[in-house]
Design a protein around this ligand. Sequence first.
Ligand code: PLP
Length: 427
Amino acid sequence: MPDAASRSARLFARAQEFLPGGVSRNTLLYDGPMLYASYAKGCRVVDVDGRERIDFANNVASHIHGHAYPPIVEAVSEQIGRGTGFTMATEIEIDFAELLCGRSDSFDKIRFVNSGTEAVMAGMKAARAYTGRSKIAKVEGGYHGAYDYAEVSQAPSPENWGAADCPAAVPLAKGTPRGLVDDTIVIPYNDTEVALKILNRHAHEIAAVVIDPLPHRVCMVPASGNFVNALRRWTIENHALLIFDEVITFRSEVGGMQAHYEVRPDLTAMGKMIGGGFPVGALAGVNDVMQVFVSGEYGVPLPLSGTFSANPVTMTAGYTALRYFGPSEVAKLNELGDYARKNLTELFRTLDIPVCVTGIGSLFRVHLKPEPPKNFRETFQAPAEKAVVGAIVRSLYEEGFMMIHTCSAALSTPMTRLEIDMLVDAL
Ligand code: PLP
């Protein structure tokens, strides 16, 4: 813990006066000290007390090139000098859209928004408008952003999650409209047989099935090809849409994880790293579906707007980040992820402790389980286990390493094997 006299501790005390809980992001309020950043470069962050840490969190997987990446700093500085937002479109929006559309067969058109949350929300709205249906199916425990539709069954517990073959739709907050909960169909992760049974019960009402192919809160194990293909087939046969939430996973291949499955979802939500460090979201999709934003059944296009959507600073940062994240950079970073998972797994095996590591590409998560959990229920942590995970993450901060609070990591291109070896040593 930072001692009470530290600048971080004093700032956190002052923050309580003006910010509920002292923050604007609940995800920063885990069981650890609140630290305040001063500056960062590459994969190292220095806090306001002058302490340097290696950054395995990368603003929750949003920095693919670490901090203050020179090409982004240069391009963004130049754009800021020319203006930061106009009541006009800018050319860089088209350049970035073209670059992204070139990365996947399923990206005919793209709309930019300001966060991953907004991107998934836009996807759900588009699916409803396109199909004329209201229900959305999602995986139990899946995180798709911070708004009430996405929050259904985001964090259920054994007291309320219901039978394994019929998971309950559990609202996150009191007062969540009942209709919204009833319009959410919850399916178990990677259990094709049960998922299809549940979907079939609502076949004529489902607008879309949303899946994150490497859901970090569910288990951070990739969706099986069988599961993804079955959902693709089911959605086609039942005139529903398949939405891939690649807000985190788009970093795993040049064309996102959908390239890995060779599947063509109707819509894809992106965010995080495609903003080059700036607030971003994007919804990409096939022509036919994306047309809902241009013309509607009643002659009214589906509204999707935002004062800061496709902001030129964000577009410049994102475009630059992706230009420097092509096939060779993706492969190199994924290899580093393999190296991390292998060495961490070996460490726990050598120490003979029942800990395992999941993830693929540049993402990994450490679980206090002997075997990789297969779904949200197996990943679920009772309070005692959660406390140990919290203690591990806290000690890593003490040792000079920043992790995502679930003890997960997202690597960045400035990292090398050296930083991984240092993390393994610290653990
Ligand atoms: N979807 C997934 C899979 C995410 O991991 C997140 C954020 O962690 C979101 C959506 C929401 O993105 P944002 O935090 O940019 O709103």
